[in-house]
Write a protein that binds this ligand. Structure first.
Ligand code: ADP
Ligand code: MG
Length: 610
């Protein structure tokens, strides 16, 4: 029996774990019975670590201690534009670490981003172990094609912290193509169109004879499902303001409920033409008076109107990437849809019109990346005819040169592994040292690019400027990890770095965190999952029971009141049944539902009863 290995899609919004079982790539369900685990972690009021659905559920009432979309921060510098931008929209506490890395403050402790990602990975690892009934220690983890070296390294660190040997960091689109090509004899160019929760990217690959070569990739890291949700929220807020003169955006709790309702409506409209949005007791008039409810009908057509420019933007990016790679839409054999948002009919329609073909069916858009990662993990350990994956560098790489400019050594979209050398000269008279600053990005100006690392080559011969020659070599391995070396051509003296320092953690920190994590894992395994969930549900039920008479009194006579109470009563009956059956997934689902009811009750009391 070969050892069990897994593939993990560590997504911005959702994560998925898969394996190859009986020759078939298969998704492993999590403990709540779902294929998707929200990439959300939180520390509960009682100090417990929560991961996945259970963490997502309590986000409404615990926004500052609930971390989501942390993939936007991993492996980045605190001072970077991207992080500063993310801080504006994320409600949790993001603080600088010691080396300009990013930390998240939860329950009074600072967590490095790889630690946060590791919590999600550890959860998926545990789900896989429950599935196999055996420990799982090896995984392939996917990252977006545009991830730079620091982000890849940080993801690898996260794997280590979670107790996984990361066999390979694999690009998401390559994984999708692998899953698509699995078991078929595919040759030709394919495009992977990935619209997820927060980001969009499109990648063109050449597939043939077990070789997957990325030809071009591009995208927008601020274009995804959340933008679609936002448009619905704006629409609801505007209508409500028109009708009642109240701006709901000023109320945090109301805003969270609007966000939930918007996503729900959006998802429903992928299946039906029209949906009802009901948010009872969303607000009260400023001067007092009866509570206000939000009631709206959203049609698919209206949604498409509200989001038309977002769909157009995805296609515009496709156009740019294809034209850069000198490929026409009709040259593509297949278009593979990836990401939950590609379930929206209008998105599919846009893809169909632009690429002039029916996009690939038969692969689950939100599972295909994990399935491909599992295929790759299996290939790497099974020692059978390895598949050759040729990725490209997502951004240009170069060195800083005199005058504050950047000299490009490896242009973006170059196939890796690759190696490039170039000869440089000293820029000053009698210069005996030279600083090599490794840059990533497209700008001609050094300071506008990201500094990946730097080192100094010393002991150069004193000579007039331009006389001493230095070889600079950039080498990128199959995982996209960069090494840079510089050599004095006269003396042969050499200095080099592997550009891995920017994962954000030093070796010592990583070791300490790994030790702590091991302690945590041991603890987690001993704790009784079922008992814990039962306790949670019982607490929620008790609180609902306490609030029930008040809510009943407050809402009596209102049109929504009876509706709310009837639903709550049905929920209570379901919960009691689940507790009686002692079934973990039913109890978890019920806790989920009753948590919402509790929030609604609290809202009602806060707004009207308080
Ligand atoms: P990520 O790659 O960012 O982790 P996913 O691929 O899981 O994200 O996509 C999540 C996004 O897909 C969310 O915005 C979610 O609302 C959206 N989504 C999921 N199912 C549907 C659906 N049936 N119709 C429209 N959007 C959907
Ligand atoms: Mg994804």
């Amino acid at each position: 029996m070969p050892e069990h290995v897994i593939g993990i899609d560590l997504g911005t919004t959702n994560s998925v774990v898969a394996t190859v079982q009986g020759g078939q790539p298969t998704v492993i369900k999590n403990r709540t019975g779902s294929n998707l685990t929200p990439s959300v972690v939180a520390i509960s009021r009682s100090g417990k670590r929560l991961v996945g659905q259970i963490a997502k559920r309590q986000a409404i009432t615990n926004p500052t201690e609930t971390v989501y979309a942390s993939k936007r921060l991993i492996g980045r510098k605190y001072s970077s534009l991207q992080v500063q931008q993310a801080i504006k929209v994320l409600p949790y506490n993001i603080v600088p670490g010691e080396h300009d890395d990013v930390r998240v403050r939860m329950a009074g402790r600072d967590y490095a981003l790889p630690e946060i990602a590791a919590m999600v990975l550890a959860e998926l690892k545990a789900d896989a172990e429950a599935y196999f009934g055996k420990p799982v220690n090896k995984a392939v983890i996917t990252v977006p094609a545009y991830f730079n070296d620091g982000q890849r390294q940080a993801t690898k660190d996260a794997g280590k912290i979670a107790g996984l040997e990361v066999l390979r960091i694999l690009n998401e689109p390559t994984a999708a193509a692998l899953a698509y090509g699995f078991g078929r004899n595919v040759t030709g160019k394919v495009a992977v169109f990935d619209l997820g929760g927060g980001t969009f990217d499109v990648t063109v690959l050449e597939v043939g004879n077990d070789v997957y070569e990325v030809l071009a990739t591009g995208g927008d890291t601020y274009l995804g499902g959340e933008d679609f949700d936002q448009r619905i929220i704006e629409w609801m807020v505007l209508n409500f303001a028109k009708e009642h003169g109240i701006d709901l955006r000023k109320d945090r709790m109301a805003l969270q409920r609007l966000k939930d309702a918007a996503e729900k409506a959006k998802i429903e409209l992928s299946g039906v033409k029209e949906t009802q949005i009901n948010l009872p007791f969303i607000s009260t008039p400023p001067g007092g008076g009866a509570a206000l409810h939000l009631q709206a009908v959203l049609t698919r057509q209206k949604l498409e109107e509200l989001t038309a420019d977002l769909c157009d933007r995805t296609l515009k990016i496709c156009e740019e990437v294809l034209s850069e790679a000198k490929i026409r839409p009709q040259d593509l054999k297949e278009v593979i849809l990836v990401g939950g948002m590609t379930r929206m009919p209008k998105v599919v329609e846009g893809v169909r019109d632009y690429f002039k073909k029916e996009p690939c069916k038969g692969v689950h858009p939100d599972e295909v990346v994990a399935l491909g990662a599992a295929v790759q993990a299996n290939t790497l350990v099974a020692d059978q005819g390895e598949v050759l994956l040729l990725d490209v560098t997502p951004q240009s790489l170069g060195v800083a040169i005199a005058g504050g400019y950047s000299r490009r050594l490896i242009p973006r979209n170059t196939t890796v592994p690759t190696s490039v050398s170039e000869v440089f000269n000293t820029s000053k008279d009698n210069q005996t040292t030279v600083k090599i600053m490794v840059l990533q990005g497209e700008s001609e100006l050094a300071h506008e690019n990201e500094l990946l690392g730097e080192f100094i080559l010393t002991g150069l011969r004193e000579a007039p400027r331009g006389e001493v020659e230095i070889d600079v070599t950039f080498e990128i391995n199959a995982e996209g990890i960069l090494s840079v070396s510089a050599r004095d051509r006269e003396t042969g003296q050499r200095q080099s770095i592997t550009v891995t320092a920017s994962g954000g953690l030093t070796e010592d920190e990583l070791r300490r965190i790994m030790d702590e994590q091991r302690d945590y894992l041991l603890e987690a395994r001993m704790s009784d999952e079922l008992k814990q969930k039962r306790g949670e549900l019982e607490n929620v039920l008790r609180e609902i029971g306490e609030l029930f008479p008040r809510v009943k009194a407050i809402t009596s006579g209102s049109e929504f009141g009876s509706d709310v109470l009837v639903k709550a009563e049905k929920g209570l009956a379901d919960a009691r049944r689940a507790l009686e059956k002692n079934d973990l997934s039913e109890i978890a689902a019920s806790a989920d539902q009753m948590g919402r009811t509790l929030n609604l009750f609290r809202g009602v009391i806060q707004r009207i009863g308080g």
